[in-house]
Design a protein around this ligand. Sequence first.
Ligand SMILES: Nc1ncnc2c1ncn2[C@@H]1O[C@H](COP(=O)(O)OP(=O)(O)O)[C@@H](O)[C@H]1O
Ligand SMILES: [Mg+2]
Length: 251
Amino acid sequence: MIEVKNLNKSFGDEHVLKDISVLFEEGKVNMIIGQSGSGKSVFTKCVVGLHKPDTGEVLYEGKNFLEMDIDEKTEIRTNIGMLFQASALFDSMTVEENIMFPLTMFTNKSKAEMLTRANECLDRVNLKGVNKAYPAEISGGMQKRIAIARAIAMKPKFLFCDEPNSGLDPQTAIVIDNLIRDLTYEMNITTVVITHDMNSVIEIGDNIMFIYKGEKWWEGSKEDILRTDNKEIGDFVYASEFMKTLRNKLA
Ligand SMILES: Nc1ncnc2c1ncn2[C@@H]1O[C@H](COP(=O)(O)OP(=O)(O)O)[C@@H](O)[C@H]1O
Ligand SMILES: [Mg+2]
């Protein structure tokens, strides 16, 4: 579980995050949605310690990350898996070396143990046997699955995914979404997914926070989001003609 309390962050005169408080539950897909530029990525970077908030608290299982000593921070960091917008695989490393990378950085496992874990992770993302391929040799969807395999290699308690299916076709995006959801449930991970894809919200969102111009504007479940009459949510959810048509058909 991660709890954020009254988080504020400015860059110069721009007050990007305005007093955001939220709870991310364990074993759930916690989603952050909102327009481009609303503050989703800055918020997430504050939570994982890549940005320092101006004020506020970020509690990992009850303990404020911002007040931890270096050993406690390292302990949290080794329990965080991350999946970025671009898969961010190392081009010069094979698939297997990419997945083993966090293990070589943060554990004392032997080469054989690391390889065993890499193979388990590859198997879990249904990519057994591609060990020796380089990222450039495989499709975008496969690269995403490798990035997921790398993100779970350390058996994280917390998983952050920033726009995990951007750049993928809709069917591949669903495969990635489902994989994130299934891993969250299987491994009881506190998962945070940033997206502006309503399809993902409806497929896998357990808890949803809508950020509007740096404020937490709304939160609820995916059932709630289709029923709310909040104007800004409506503008976001029904931005496309397709969704508007769907809404009118259902009405
Ligand atoms: N490192 C930075 N320095 C200054 N301004 C930034 C920085 N990162 C983001 N911003 C600004 O913060 C706002 C929110 O950005 P971001 O969180 O990336 O939005 P998004 O919701 O699309 O992820 C934007 O106006 C952006 O220009
Ligand atoms: Mg972003």
